[in-house]
Ligand binder design. Structure first.
Ligand code: NAP
Length: 293
């Protein structure tokens, strides 16, 4: 089957929808229809893809293509799907990481074939999304021809796919929040601490200073894996350093003490697995990092 003969439409011309549509178009897929809440977003997508037409409603997109991607925010996927009269065997895909095909139940009830296609990637803006989409990991939920179609897209994008069960999507997405969003939060907390120095360092400068550390850590995880990539006072069993951290945080940023301890408690088993700690040192660390009574 030649997938480039299939006409694709997008409902929701935001970051992911526009990045996916333009990237697929560059690889020869036919993106022939788009609609969005605002015309400006639809025009932005359409202007990047020849042969793509703007339709005023999701219904008209669905009526004019073979496969519909609903790339609205998660909360709008089910209402949008329910607002459309679907043709039997028409295909519809959402791109949410947290939700199963349940969001498309209204379309399935009318005989449409539903799938989900989640790039395990962080798309903060369009340029960066277009750069990061190829080579990503993709979680797919689909069957039959639609599964083959989605796997073909992944291979076109030089990505890797995993077929997930619907019931695993929420945990899969919670894991992504740890590995992505909370990394950004932890960097923000680190930058905030730099503002408490006797000579505060501007946030932009602090981020630049932390960046080689972050990139080095990610490179270590990539090349050495866990637990080998773990470094720092817990991996070495440096009790005194940890006591000083806790003391200093208590004075300067008391709201971070419990978070530091919780992350520390989660780090001890990694240090144990790496072999830098024995059980007695680990017990001492757990004591030091115990929750406030
Ligand atoms: N961003 C990421 O890192 C990422 C990664 C993986 C998966 N995803 C998934 O991709 C999907 C889209 O996320 P996103 O980050 O691209 O969001 P986004 O940038 O906010 O884009 C969503 C777009 O949907 C449009 N929209 C909202 N409600 C609509 C409706 N009722 N009908 C038609 N269009 C509507 C918006 O309209 P207007 O602009 O026209 O107002 C907006 O352009 C979500 O399911 C998300 O979970 C995102």
């Amino acid at each position: 089957m030649n997938y480039t003969q299939i006409q694709l439409g997008f409902i929701g011309a935001g970051t992911l929808g526009t990045a996916l549509a333009t990237t697929l178009a560059e690889h020869g897929y036919q993106i022939t229809a788009v609609t969005s809440r605002s015309r400006a977003s639809a025009v932005r997508l359409q202007s990047k893809i020849s042969g793509c037409r703007i339709y005023p409603t999701p219904q008209q997109v669905a009526e004019n293509v073979d496969i519909v991607f609903i790339t609205t925010p998660d909360d709008s996927i089910a209402p949008v799907a329910a607002s459309i009269t679907w043709q039997p065997h028409q295909q519809v895909i959402h791109c949410s990481g947290a939700h199963s095909l349940d969001l498309l139940a209204a379309a399935q009830k009318q005989g449409a074939i539903a799938g989900s296609f989640h790039p395990l990637q962080s798309f903060a803006d369009l340029t960066q999304a277009q750069a990061n989409l190829p080579g990503s990991f993709f979680a797919i939920e689909a069957e039959g021809k639609l599964l083959s179609f989605l796997e073909e897209i992944v291979s076109t994008l030089n990505g890797t796919s995993i077929v997930l069960r619907g019931k695993d999507k929420v945990l899969y997405h919670a894991a992504a929040v740890f590995a992505c969003n909370y990394v950004a939060t932890l960097v923000k907390l680190a930058v905030d601490l730099w503002q408490s120095f006797a000579e505060p360092v501007q946030p932009a400068q602090a981020i630049s200073a932390l960046m080689p550390l972050l990139k080095g850590t990610i490179a270590n995880i990539d090349t050495l894996g866990l637990p080998q990539a773990l470094t720092g006072p817990i991996s070495r069993g440096d009790d005194e350093t940890i006591k000083e951290h806790l003391h200093s945080l208590q004075e300067t940023a008391p709201a971070l003490v419990e978070l530091y301890k919780e992350l520390g408690r989660q780090t001890v088993p990694i240090a144990l697995a790496k072999g830098g700690l024995d059980n007695i040192a680990a017990m001492r660390l757990y004591d030091l990092l115990a929750k406030r009574k």
